[in-house]
Design a protein around this ligand. Sequence first.
Ligand code: GLA
Length: 389
Amino acid sequence: MGWNSWNTFGCNATEQIVKDTADFMAASGMRDAGYQYLTIDDCWMERSRDSAGRLVPDAAKYPHGLAELAAYVHGKGLKFGVYESPTYHTCQGFPGSLGYEQKDADTFASWGVDFLKYDNCTASDPSQRPGDERLPLETRDSTMRDALARTGRPIVFSLSLQPAAQGESPWEWGKSVANMWRIDGDRDASFDGLKRLIHTDLDKSKWAAPGGWNDIDMLGTGNYAFAAGSSDPTKRLTYDQEKSELSVAAVLAAPLISGADLRTPAAAGTSGFPISDQDLSVYLNKDVIAVNQDSRGEQGTAVTTTGGLNVLRRPLANGDVAVALFNETSSQAALSTTAGAVGLPPSSTGYVLNDLWDHSSHVSTDGTISATVPAGGTVLYRVSPRPAR
Ligand code: GLA
């Protein structure tokens, strides 16, 4: 759980932005809700390595260097991440880590880095790739895995790639190499982007388990930068769609990495896109986060996905089942399933349905689990057998 700079700031993240974000995450309740990792994406470095072959932070963006910035982030009770790539160049043309894995891993560890997002922008046709970029991605990523391990510092290893475009299936081997892996290309903050990621992820549940997770890319909740940048109002989520995003991400056991501008309005200034209190409250829903972080670590699956009406379920460590009734259509709809269909055991006393967004609960005596769900919305229940009196 955390934040990544790319979807709001692109190449323009700076030390000040990261510090303001860390301040906000600590003060707003995000850190205490579990959002820990702040990661600066591509473009944090100079175009050339130094004479010893080490990566050098961009002196204009990070005037005090990344060790100082990591210390600041740590001082707020948060963790610090950077971006690199197992290629000769990053996606934006900065020096890649291919051939420099140990040097870069040692550099990151010396700065106090806790998370590495590792990309893969290279020709989709291996015969068109230069030199060692022809090596399989699993091999190139494993080299960095081993280099990180040799530093002795725990560093979350996050694989970022374009699986379909690059003909890669990182979920098949990701668990032995990394802690998370992207399952689809970049998404923006639109509902279409969210729906694409969800449906791409639904058939990959069996590959996720504690230690290795399917990554649905940065969350769009509270991210207004895409809509502002394109003047297209559909490039941001409505409040109902935002609740769908966190609900479904919870059921899918997805990493919760915000791509929003997490600064106060004063810090964000007129060129920023500071998150509203209502959108922040979506991120802070502890009941939904508890489903996401459930210790059983099982990614949920679809019971039905028909005509944009989705019933998703995730079994939880205490025997409860999380049930998401996700209506991706543009009209209100009634969705319904049963306790048996979502995998709950028979119960002669019925079931208790806890609504994790409106915090109401009700009893279902016959096991029906249903709700009227707004367009684009989700009703997320945590369902348990009703205790006998
Ligand atoms: C790729 C990744 C993005 C971002 C950019 C940076 O497109 O998928 O998330 O890291 O590279 O250049």
